[in-house]
Design a protein around this ligand. Structure first.
Ligand code: XMP
Length: 317
């Protein structure tokens, strides 16, 4: 029978044999898959695993710093790369969702390639690919082809003459979580909701600016922290806030305001392919809405997305 312990034991042995004294580079995303892949490889080859964690400026509030610390605490050989400005520059003026995704993917590859190029004699590229990704990438139809575009480093292995190692390729998500747990991955990474590679860029409808990112990070943090405090976080599959490209009239004291609108999105799902909007308690929603409007300057209206997938997607872009 399959157990996390036996899988770890046999795969560490196999990785040791396969990789020997070679150097391996891996891009960490903050998600479960790349983190577990890193821990497994670290157990097998230690400091010969070079992890790169890129701050694209599109992560949740304080996420980069806190996740980087977790990685360091786990003993990983990890380099944090602040590439915010590069990403914002590439995104300036772009409003089309696919154009934004492409720009983000391109800069990610540029940054990653530059970092990998600095590791002398690196021989392998490791990826946290899991079994459903393997299936997805061979399916021909629909948006699934581009879904993982951000972390798919495309032609890099050929270009840099790297061999590819994917230690989680035969596993499902729950198995990956079990292994992560066994390897000491902290809860904040282990039980985190899925988060799209292009991050907040596809939750800011229209053009991205650093100022809009900052605002959305504040709103999102209130929502996510609130879900955790109310013990609702684990009951939804994914949640976040969307910054809408409209302004609406409001009133504050005896003054008329004309400010931004944010939408809250929380869904239940098992795989993201279909989803239903989460029936969050009214009292909870009321409290979050008040908190957002009172604490985030520039937002005067909060709306709730009550669409299921299909036909609506989870993300708005
Ligand atoms: P949709 O919006 O298609 O999302 O219902 C399904 C799941 O995929 C995530 N998603 C992405 N993940 N790059 C990613 O890595 C992307 O471009 C992307 N677009 C959507 C979304 O967050 C949800 O979990």
């Amino acid at each position: 029978t399959w157990t996390a312990t036996s899988f770890i034991q046999s795969s560490v042995e196999a990785l040791k044999k396969e990789l020997g004294n070679d150097k391996v580079v891996l891009g960490l995303s903050g998600g479960v898959d790349s983190s577990v892949a890193a821990l497994l490889l670290h157990k097998a080859i230690g400091k010969n695993l070079y992890c790169v964690f890129v701050d694209n400026g599109l992560l949740r509030k304080n996420e980069f710093e806190s996740v980087l610390h977790s990685y360091q605490d786990l003993g990983l050989n990890v380099k944090g790369v602040d590439a915010k400005v590069e990403f914002y520059q590439a995104l300036a003026g772009l409003t089309d969702p696919e154009a934004k995704r492409k720009a983000i993917g391109k800069i990610f590859i540029d940054v990653f390639e530059r970092e990998a190029g600095q590791i002398k004699d690196v021989k392998w590229l490791a990826q946290g690919t899991i079994y459903p990704d393997v299936i997805e990438s061979v399916s021909v139809s629909g948006p699934s082809v581009t879904i993982k575009s951000h972390h798919n480093v495309g032609g890099l292995p050929e270009k840099m003459n790297l061999k590819v190692v994917e230690p989680l390729k035969m596993l499902f998500k729950d198995e990956v979580r079990n292994i992560g747990k066994e390897l000491g991955l902290p809860i904040n990474i282990l039980h985190r909701h899925p988060f799209p590679g292009p991050g907040l860029a596809i939750r800011i409808l229209g053009e991205i600016t650093a100022e809009k990112v900052k605002l959305l990070q504040e709103v999102d943090a209130i929502f996510i922290e609130g879900l955790k405090k109310a013990e609702l976080y684990d009951q939804v599959w994914q949640a976040g806030a969307i910054l809408l490209p409209v302004q609406s009239v409001g009133v504050m004291g005896d003054e008329r305001t004309y400010e931004r609108v944010v939408a809250l999105r929380a869904v239940t799902s098992t795989d993201g392919m279909t989803a239903d909007w989460a029936r969050l308690p009214y009292e909870f929603l009321a409290q979050i809405s008040n908190q957002i409007i009172n604490q985030v300057k520039g937002v005067n209206r909060v709306v709730l997305d009550i669409s299921s997938k299909p036909p609506a997607t989870i993300e708005w872009e």
